[in-house]
Design a protein around this ligand. Structure first.
Ligand SMILES: Cc1ncc(COP(=O)(O)O)c(C=O)c1O
Length: 480
């Protein structure tokens, strides 16, 4: 492999790295702006030096993003229905958000929250207070990632209740750090080989038909009833309420398959928490901040969270997460036990203030609901097509957090969703074909599921383009 930095100076990547390692001052990474640097040379460099512990949708190099589109070093423009896993919800480099961050960079970058207050931190709380799903949520602190916010919430419930056990839901994803990993139940890969995990975690079923070995379209109220019944049994047989601090739930399973919890289930959880003296942690890291057509999905149920965590779309790509609770709870925390060096970074907070303003001014939720109706209409008509619809088990979601679940020929033979005649690995193949056709579309869950996470301000035209690509991809694959 040759890296041609200039026509007069050609050497292999290996030679280049050796020279750098031996003290040469040339940069280790080939410069992206160099005219003749190829994507292949950068990719080879990445493959050698970026850890294998990360997965990737594409081996291309993304160099810029604008709105619903990204451009790669090889010159491709890709329509982004991944939003960097539900983060760039106002599109890439929204001008208001980028300007707010750039301006803040010239004023104060690191206003350490344990040294003093800084204005963007407080302005952000001012913006968030009126949009909280319940007025009792009035005490905030900011961290850097979803996992960090989940860790903080787990610590909070243990110290506040002085009880240890935590109940999480089958199919949940809460992150990759130790506490978050322990309450993650979406795929074994996240915990495999990393034991011992945080102890004291129990798992209850989520009302998703797969979890009951039921068929797609199973009666929702029956799934809710059975899930709540199992939870009550758990509290009778495995973890006494007096040992149990909290229930943590993603109200829309993300990594578990884009399955929204029926409001009746969330109301049932609240009632069980109240009856037994447990706290309820609502993880809105992925489904929060407008993704489902309301600012927070929990609003559909009217349920009051004791603690809510949110991240991702909060700052549209700047690292920021929030832990929110009622003051009466957070007053029980000892100063210094929460937070961290970078949590509530001034640039991220300034960006998040701009995000909150854009939401109002550009009526983002109206767009989510209008585009969601178009997306569902289109996907339901794909499912109704007899040639391909027989391979689709489910179209589900809320707002612009939407999934298609394909049939699988290979899950348990007892699974009523198994269809032996269906093509194998549909989700990964559809995702790959979409990429070839210019669309970033992610898979999710242990089932054959692809997920749509377009920007919340996606235009009707771009949404239609993306849907057309997915439709073509599915048609091609089922006819192969
Ligand atoms: C619901 C949920 N909780 C927590 C996390 C962890 O967030 P992070 O990857 O920022 O640590 C994620 C990430 O995808 C998530 O979707």
């Amino acid at each position: 492999m040759l890296i041609t930095c200039s026509s007069s100076h050609k050497m292999s990547l290996g030679q280049k790295l050796l020279r750098t390692a031996s003290g040469n001052s040339r940069p280790l990474v080939p410069r992206v702006s160099g005219r003749s640097i190829t994507t292949a040379s950068l990719v080879e460099f990445g493959q050698r030096h970026v850890t294998n512990g990360l997965s990737r949708l594409t081996e291309d190099v993304i160099v810029s993003g604008e709105g619903s589109w990204v451009t790669t070093l090889s010159g491709r423009r890709l329509l982004d229905f991944s939003c960097g896993i539900g983060v760039t919800n106002l599109g890439h480099c929204h001008p208001r958000v980028s300007k707010a961050a750039a301006d803040q960079c010239h004023t104060l970058v690191h206003g350490q929250a344990s040294i003093g207050y800084h204005e963007p931190y407080l302005r952000l709380i001012e913006r968030l207070l009126p949009i909280m799903p319940h007025p009792s949520l009035d005490s905030f602190f900011f961290t850097n990632s979803g996992s960090e916010a989940v860790e903080a919430a787990l610590k909070m419930v243990r110290t506040i209740t002085r009880k240890q056990n935590i109940i999480s839901m089958q199919g949940a994803f809460h992150g990759r750090t130790f506490g978050a990993m322990a309450v993650t139940k979406s795929k074994t890969i996240y915990a495999h080989g990393f034991s011992p995990l945080m102890p004291g975690v129990l798992t209850a079923p989520f009302p998703y038909w797969h979890h009951f070995n039921a068929a797609p379209g199973a009666d929702e109220s029956e799934l809710v009833r059975a899930s709540l019944y199992q939870l009550e049994l758990l509290l009778l047989q495995q973890t006494a309420p007096t040992d149990t601090a909290a229930i943590i739930i993603e109200p829309v399973l993300g990594e578990g398959g884009y399955v929204p919890a029926p409001p009746a289930f969330l109301q049932g959880l609240r009632a069980i928490c109240d009856k037994h003296g447990l706290l309820l942690i609502i993880d809105e890291v992925q489904c929060g901040f407008g993704r489902t057509g309301r600012m927070f999905y929990i609003e559909y149920s009217g349920v009051r969270p004791d603690i809510m965590v949110t991240a991702k779309g909060l700052a549209n790509g700047f690292p920021l997460s929030a832990v929110v609770a009622r003051k009466e709870l957070t007053d029980q925390l000892k100063p210094g036990t929460m937070g961290g060096t970078y949590g509530g970074n001034a640039v991220s907070c300034a960006a998040a203030v701009a995000v909150a303003d854009v939401f109002k001014e550009e009526k983002i939720l109206d767009n989510v609901n209008a585009r969601s109706a178009e997306l569902f209409e289109a996907l339901i008509s794909v499912k109704a097509d007899p040639a391909i619809g027989r391979h689709i088990l489910d179209v589900r979601g809320q707002g612009l957090m939407v999934a298609i679940e394909f049939a699988s020929p290979s899950h348990s033979t007892f699974d009523p969703a198994v269809k032996k005649s269906t093509p194998a690995n549909m989700a990964a193949r559809v995702s790959k074909r979409c990429l070839e056709k210019g669309l970033l579309l992610l898979t999710t869950s242990v089932y054959e599921t692809v997920r749509f996470i377009p920007p919340l301000n996606v235009s009707p035209e771009d949404l239609a383009k993306g849907i057309e690509i997915v439709k073509e991809a599915v048609e091609e694959i089922v006819h192969e």
